[in-house]
Write a protein that binds this ligand. Structure first.
Ligand SMILES: [Zn+2]
Length: 132
């Protein structure tokens, strides 16, 4: 099986909730919102805490390491992804506990498995993950 490829990337379209996240990604830093009151990490980014409803949420830099929580192998890509199949779509659980939908890249597809340690890599400011 081939290496999981890097994939075509469309530029992000930041919103009020995500602008700080995308700005950090462009600098190679992974930020996750964290509640100032209950201290829970929050994913996806939003302007309030889904755990305690606090509006006091602050982006916090995280290590960018975690494990593959779940994944699927896309063997027939569509549109701009068609020529890149097969590739991996995964949920990565960060060490901080939140789960991001992402791609696993730079790894032999047959080597990808649940529980695999991964670390973030920035592909044109898009956070994707590779084996740690
Ligand atoms: Zn909270």
């Amino acid at each position: 099986m081939p290496d999981t490829p890097f994939l075509p990337t469309r530029p992000p379209r930041p919103t009020l909730e995500t602008a700080e996240f995308w700005d950090a990604c462009a600098q190679g830093r992974l930020l996750v919102p964290r509640c100032d009151d209950c201290h829970e990490y929050i994913w996806y980014p939003r302007l309030f805490c889904p755990h305690c409803a606090s509006p006091r949420v602050t982006y916090t830099e995280v290590r960018g390491t975690g494990t593959v929580y779940s994944f699927t192998i896309m063997r027939k890509g569509n549109g701009p992804y068609k020529e890149f199949a097969p590739y991996v779509i995964a949920y990565v659980e960060l060490d901080e506990g939140v789960r991001l939908m992402t791609n696993i890249v730079g790894v032999l597809i047959d080597d990808v498995h649940v529980g695999m340690p991964v670390k973030v890599v920035f592909d044109e400011a898009i956070p994707r993950f590779t084996v740690a």
